[in-house]
Structures are given as C-alpha cells and as structure tokens.
Design a protein around this ligand. Structure first.
Ligand code: AVJ
Ligand code: FE
Length: 441
C-alpha cells in the first residue's frame, strides 16, 4: 500500500473490505443454519454469530465513530460485543443479534463506510484520526481484524461436529522433493527486529530495533506428524524429564497423550478435520499442539524452541544486503508457489514444500502452513507505544502468553508478514499451531 496514490488506495481498501466480508460469509451465513450459528461448539470459542457481529461492531467503532465522529448506531449492543466484558464461554447466554439481524447490521455499517470512502474526504473533523492518513492504516487494521476473526471461526469449525460444510481438500500436491538439509545455520550477528515503516503493521510489531543474535541452527521445515508421532509412541507423554514444571502439570491435569483431534483406531492413527475423519498424514506439518507439547518434543530430540528473535532473523534477514524482507522470499506478495496461506487448502502442506518461498538462510515454510510456537513471552519491544488502543496488545503483556509466528494455512496474506506477532496461552491447542526446533551453534 506504500506505493498507492489516494485513488488507488481507496480502491484497494474497498476491494479488501469486500474480499474479507465474502470470506466471513463463507464461514457463517452461507454454510450454517441459524441454530448452528448461535450454538456453542466448544466452551473455548464464541458462537459464530458473535464473531460475525463483533467484526461489524469493530468496523463501526473504528471507521465511523472514532474517525468520523458518528454517533453509535446501536448503543444497546456495544457491550455485547466487547471481548473484555464477556468471556467466550458466557457469550451464548447473551441476548446476541440473531444471524439475520447481524447480517443487516453488518450491511448497514458497510454501506456507510463505503459511502464515506468513495465520496467525501474521510476526515470529518480535525481532531479525529484520518483513516486514509498513513496509507490507510485504520482501514488496514479493520481488514486484518476481520481476517483474524475468520481464522478464529475456522478454529470453531474444527471443534464443531456434524455434517461437514467445508471443502474436503484431500488432494494435496506431491512433495516438492526431499529436503536437502534438516537444519539451516544462522551465523551470529545483529539484525533488525520489528518494523517502523510497514504501513499496516500493528503496534506490537513496532518499532524496528537492532538485536544481536548468537549463532544458532533452526529446522529447515516445521516438525511433521510422523516425527511427532515418534515422540508419542516413544512414551514422550509419560516422561516428566522432558517437560517443564508447568508443562508436566498441564500434561497431568489435562490427561492429554497426543495432539488435539488425533485418535487411534485398531492400530491406525486418525485425525478429525472439519467434521471428517482421515488417516494421519505423516509428511504434513503437525498442528494443534500447545506450547508445552512443542517444548517437550524439542527436548526429546535434544533441541529447544527458537526464540522469537531467532525465528524472525531466520525468516526475514538477508545477510548479503543486511536488509529485512517483508516475506521470507522478499517483498512480493505471497502466491501459490511460495506459501500455504489464505484458507485455500484447509490444512497444512507437506514439510519441504514451497522451495520458491525459502528465506535467505534457506528455511522453508516460515510463513504459512502452521503458526510456530517460540520460547518468547509476549511483551512490547523497546519503545513500544500502544496504538491506537491498549486492548489490542498491551493488556496481554502480563507474562501469560507465548509468541507464535509466521501465520498458518488459515491466515490471509493481508494479515501476516515476517514481523507479525501472534500470542496465546501456553496450553492452547485449538489454534493451528505447530513448531520447529532450534539449537545453539
Ligand atoms: C492476535 C489472534 C491473539 O484473536 O485474540 C481479535 C486478535 N484482537 N480481536 C485474538 C484480535 C482483537 C487476537 N490475536
Ligand atoms: Fe476482535
């Protein structure tokens, strides 16, 4: 968006708003009836219609009220869609908008937003942020927010049982060929972490700052189902020496003995994926593991999880030019040859795919396929400033969250880059989370 003039920026924003809304509809009103949209498929997740109305409410708040000074359209519903007022497991009992009411509300908000975007200059008042200033950052934030909730909706779909409604996608491309080296070496030296000038980057990615990183090696690809299964079958879940104190406590209290959605039937390992059961694909990146499971596996192979800085250096740094790349391969937008993003496959791909998406150091699939756990606790970078509101990131700087990097198959290309930071509790595994391992070198 940095290179677009104002006319082109307006068009880009309008196109991206439309594209993300089609995606949201495809996960909700287009595929599920009213009862299913209002149902709680898991205590960990909201009813899908909550996410839907919430993204509309966020759009109204940021693109009509905060930036234009418009009055609230539905002051009665604001509280219902405030994520901090109501924990996910209490949302089904709220007087939520019914799916058709939510649809009407979203459409009305969107009509006003497009009217404002297409006709008048968007600044209505001097004392309000101009959403088109700074390359349309506020629009970018709203678009990314809806994509993030679409990914959350996919996690809800994964927990849902019943008639399958999402594409089966059992026709994966053949592996690109054997991965030559199991790990890539990243020599010691400084690199630039985060960004100051990426126009649609969010507050927690800022500012850019130099970090000196010791020499390390990191897996060329994410850990596969087959590799993780070896850990399961070797008794990894029964050996407390492999787990941290908190990890072993989780293991014992939860009783878990394999990644979420895996199960064994007459000696065969199967998994449930979007209401269908299939054989566990060994060569595909493992997903639905929590931080503790990733950490225990890494210890079992005599390695460790990468730090967040190590991950970002391996993904983004070009040591030849000493510059940073927005994507592992460079500045070009992601495409089918470079990364598994954008909810086209509804699953991770085989480890070793996407040679055209390699980072400068030769790491593959750093962006796309699965979110990757790092060992780093989520906190602000030096010079962090909450923007435009502390509830996006700052309220989570409480030592309770670990950073995940790189996006996954469900992440839209618009909502990920090498600086993008995600975070979750170390026990969470309903997200599309995997990992790769590292070691000091
Ligand atoms: C960045 C994915 C952790 O879903 O909790 C959505 C994104 N923030 N609405 C989340 C978000 C506000 C956030 N994560
Ligand atoms: Fe939200």
């Amino acid at each position: 968006v940095r290179t677009l003039d104002e006319h082109a920026l307006r068009q880009h924003v309008a196109d991206e708003l439309e594209r993300v809304r089609e995606r949201s509809a495809g996960l909700t009103t287009a595929v599920l009836d009213e009862d299913e949209l209002l149902a709680q498929h898991s205590r960990l997740m909201s009813p899908l219609v909550w996410d839907l109305a919430h993204v509309g409410n966020y759009e109204e708040l940021w693109l009509l009220r905060e930036t234009r000074g418009d009055a609230a359209m539905r002051p009665d519903i604001d509280d219902l869609y405030d994520a901090f007022e109501h924990p996910r497991d209490t949302r089904p009992s709220l007087p939520l908008l019914r799916p058709d009411e939510a649809g009407d509300y979203l459409a009305l908000v969107r009509r006003k937003v497009l009217d404002a975007l297409g006709t008048t200059p968007v600044t209505a008042r001097e004392d309000r942020p101009d959403p088109l200033r700074d390359h349309g950052f506020v629009f970018g934030m709203v678009i990314q927010h809806e994509h993030q909730h679409d990914e959350t909706m996919l996690a809800t779909h994964q927990l849902r049982r019943g008639t399958p409604v999402l594409p089966a996608t059992d026709d994966l491309p053949a592996p690109a060929g054997p991965v030559v080296a199991a790990e890539v070496l990243v020599p010691a030296g400084p690199f630039v972490q985060g960004t100051t000038d990426d126009p649609w980057s969010l507050d927690n990615e800022r500012p850019a700052h130099t970090v000196d990183v010791g020499a390390f090696a990191i897996d060329t690809t994410p850990v596969t189902n087959a590799a993780y299964l070896a850990f399961v079958e070797a008794g990894g879940y029964d050996d407390p020496r492999l787990w941290t104190t908190a990890g072993w406590r989780w293991r014992c209290e939860s009783g878990k003995r394999a990644p979420a959605f895996w199960f064994r039937d007459a000696g065969t390992w199967l998994r449930r994926r979007f209401a269908r059961v299939e054989e566990l694909p060994g060569a595909e990146a493992v997903q639905h593991v929590c931080f503790h499971e990733a950490q225990a596996y890494a210890r079992w192979v005599g390695r460790r999880l990468p730090t967040e800085a190590e991950w970002e250096k391996a993904a983004s740094w070009d040591p030849v030019t000493a510059t940073k790349r927005r994507f592992p391969w460079g500045e070009e937008a992601p495409d089918e040859q470079r990364a598994n993003l954008g909810q086209t496959r509804f699953r991770p791909t085989v480890a070793g795919s996407y040679p055209a998406g390699a980072s400068a150091y030769g790491a593959l699939q750093m962006v796309g396929d699965v979110w990757e756990w790092t060992s780093t606790v989520f906190t602000g970078y030096p010079g962090f400033r909450p923007f435009p509101y502390p509830e996006y990131s700052e309220v989570f700087f409480d030592d309770g969250y670990r950073v995940l990097r790189g996006g996954c198959w469900a992440t839209d290309p618009q909502a990920v880059r090498t600086t993008f930071r995600n975070w979750d509790h170390p026990i969470r595994r309903q997200v599309f989370s995997g990992f790769r391992t590292a070691r000091d070198a």
